[in-house]
Each structure stands twice: as C-alpha cells, then as structure tokens.
Design a protein around this ligand. Sequence first.
Ligand code: IPD
Ligand code: CA
Ligand code: CA
Length: 276
Amino acid sequence: MKNDFFDYLATARQAALQAGAILRSKFGLSSLHVDKKGRINLVTEADLASEELIRQTILSQYPDHEFLGEESGLSAHSGQPRWIVDPLDGTTNFAQGYPFFSISIALEIEREVVAGVVYDPTHNEMFSAVKQQGAFLNDQPIRVSDHAVLEKALLVTGFPYELRRDPDILLQLFRELIVRARGIRRDGSAALDLCYTACGRFDAFWEVGLHPWDIAAGSLIVQEAGGRITNFSDQPHNLLYPEMLASNSLLHAPILKAIAPHLDQLHSSALLAKPL
Ligand code: IPD
Ligand code: CA
Ligand code: CA
C-alpha cells in the first residue's frame, strides 16, 4: 500500500508541475479574464485552466477515482479514493499580480488524507507528504519550528470571503494573538500558510471558514512535519470543521488558551450560521 501512496504522490507532483506552468504563463497578463463568484470572491481563467489540467492528468491515470475540485465540484460518489484539489490557492493575490499563490492536491482514502502536494510555482517550491513517511520541501525533509514561547512566535492567519457577516469575532481573535505574538502575517494562500508552518517559517496558523480543498494537502504536510492540528476546542483535525489551528505543537496550548474566551461567541456567530 505504501508503494501505491508514492505512485499517487508522483501523479500529484506531475499534475502540480504542469498546472504550475499554466499559472506562471498567465501570471501578470493584462488580458487575464477575471470573474466574480461572490461579492469579493474572484475566479480567473487560470483557476479554470489549472483545474481542468489537473483533473485530466489524474483521471487519465485513475479513471475510477473521485475528483473534488474547487471549481468543478465532486465528479461522482463511487466510494473510491478521492482527490481534493485547489487549482489556485491565492486567487486574489494572483489576480492582483502579488506573487504568492499555490496549487494544492491531496488524495483521501477512506476519509483519511494519505498523500498531498502543495506547489508554489513562483518560487519553484514543492511541499509534499505521504502518511507516516515525513514531509518534504523539494525532496529535503522539513520540520516545524521549536519556538515554545508565544512572544517569540511569528503567526499567520487568513479571513474568509464572507467576513462581512460578522467581522468583529474574527478581529477579536486577531487582537488576542497580535498582542501576544512577535508578529502576524496575512499572506493569502491557506495551503502555503500551512506549508510555511510545516517548515518553520511560521510557528502557527489559524483561520475560520476554510474548505477541504484549501487544507487537505497542507494539513497532512504539517502533521508529517511534527505539527499539530485541531479545531479551536482542541478536537482532532477534520477537513469539515469550519475552524482550524495548526501549530508547531509547542504553541498549541497557549494559542488555544488565548482564544478560548471567544469560542461561545464564535460558535453562535452569523459567520457559521450557514456553510461558508
Ligand atoms: C483563499 C485563500 C486565503 C484564505 C481564504 C481562501 P482561494 O482561497 O486560501 O488565504 O484566507 O479563506 O478561500 O479563494 O484563493 O482559493
Ligand atoms: Ca483556496
Ligand atoms: Ca482556489
């Protein structure tokens, strides 16, 4: 089975590299076609072209598998292994010419992510992991940081497009942490935020309102790099939770403690009243 996982990983890497070439070729084009999916949520021709290429690459090799892509939805409910794909994580950055975006491809078997890649085509950085086989950046093993004190930590977060439903609760969480940490970044690609946490560039990442395609691959990479992921109530990681904290493990408890006073308000927030 382990060998199969590495075969799947090779397919994911191949698809990510090819999709990365598409994203590079369309990045910065003044003629880039951009549409709106919601009030502020964009989709570009690059998102669609990248997803189509990944879908074809994967399904041509594994025609029986399911494919869940952000742009095309779920292909079929067959009970077969399921690929979970964000063809362009960081669309707002991409459309704005800000070079921080990625491709995220994960494979889930029996509700467990067993292989995943996150590829940053701008910096040619390929993050990858296979379950119980460690995490890698361009074939070099990676580990989370060893910072144990929040005051020395660099954190990263993001905000859902539906933020306007209840901005106050998210700003309260942000406030709790910005006064305790060394700094906080908002970089605009949750998949890369997770991978940067996996390799120690960040010490922890939290966000509310993420989708399975944002986090499936990055979550495995963090865990395989020695990190910890839970929801804000310290329950084990689940792709369907609307909230997540990923950390180097050492900072998990202090961060949960800092946000604990706001949990009741978060869980009764209009932000979570319907699926984000
Ligand atoms: C978004 C990015 C962003 C996060 C948003 C996501 P998209 O994904 O990951 O960092 O804050 O919640 O929706 O739309 O660029 O694929
Ligand atoms: Ca995304
Ligand atoms: Ca996307």
